[in-house]
Write a protein that binds this ligand. Sequence first.
Ligand code: SAH
Length: 417
Amino acid sequence: MSDDRLHPLVSGWPAPAPKPVRLRVSVSAEAGLRRGHPWLYAERIQEQSRDGEAGDLAVVFDRKRAFLALGLFDPHSPIRVRVLRARTPGPIDRSFFRERVGAAVARRETLRDSETDGYRLINGESDGLPGCVVDRYAGTAVAKLYSHAWLPYLAELIEVLLEQEPFERVVLRLSRLMSAEPELLRGLYDGLTVLGEPADATLLFRENGLLFEVDPVNGQKTGCFLDQRDNRARVGILSKGKRVLNVFSYAGGFSLSAARGGACEVCSLDQSAPALAAAQRNFQLNAKLPGVAAAAHETLQGDAFVALAEMAATGRRFDVVVLDPPALARRRAQVPRALEAYARLARLGLDLLEPGGSIVLASCSSPVTPEVFRAAVVKEAHRCGRPLYDIEETGHPIDHPTDFAESRYLKCIFARA
Ligand code: SAH
């Protein structure tokens, strides 16, 4: 049964070759696959039965010719195979997708309430669908793909998704690497609405009872940073009667949570004017909530590293300072510089914090481990005479599961100083 509402470029995508590519791999890659690692890098392949095209299935055998793993083959990616089935072979068909999507939906059962209808529905590898992320924003699903290998399976995936959740719209987002090779996309492109009416006005969704607009076509990631939902709620709890500074505010997620939690003053700081304009609209959307109506909200555009120092110099102080910078390290070699930047941000934040106030510092740099991040921040706080106490750390929320090391990126320190 194919859904005739699906974009013809998606429903008409040619089927992959009926026979899988057969592979033999290095000893270390064998060990990794046995441990359940979901990726096979190209340089680990020692024998390959044929060239293969994106979306062909690949079967990896060990040296005794026993089955090791079955996955999606992608000749255009350094991650040559993304594992769908490890240890036990089986078909990749509609019931396979039903089982994986069903498990992902069930995992998020506790999130399905009237207060929150924006969350990650499928988190790639950690939900058994490597290279594929689906975020839900109310009636819209945003599917973000990281490999061309998904394109032949996209129609089936969406159809299965629609069996579980009656989405009115599905938007396709493509990773930067995929968009860089338009000739492989047969007309598909980043931001294409593949089911339903294109979102003309900005779409609305709810997070813990707060309304937010989202632009799933042009917004960063799939439109919003859904991974910070729990941390935003925690900031709300800290904010009653407080002056709150939200640095790297984007569309004001932490700011609104602080305001709803009873903050008297909220300042959103970001370098992006459109992000700050969205933050202002989000405050208007929630103006009926007493906390939001009562809080004085101010936006400040500028580079955080410069603006924070300027604010401190004018003698301005806050009771809660939240810093949620973009990823500062993508590779291991960038870790030392990222740690310096985190330390600098901690110092700049502490300079603006009243004694006894709360500092919240997040990191989404995956090569920076929670231990190293915490050590750098604690050390810097000590060095500037504002040692941290009552330290708490949070990691990934329930809808962003992380089943292998490379997928762990988010950590957030809550402390008083
Ligand atoms: N805290 C946000 C997400 C932050 S994303 C939320 O809860 O939704 C990171 C934000 O940092 C982006 O909005 C980006 O515009 C901003 N940004 C990046 N570099 C910056 C800089 N040097 N100074 C100020 N803002 C910056």
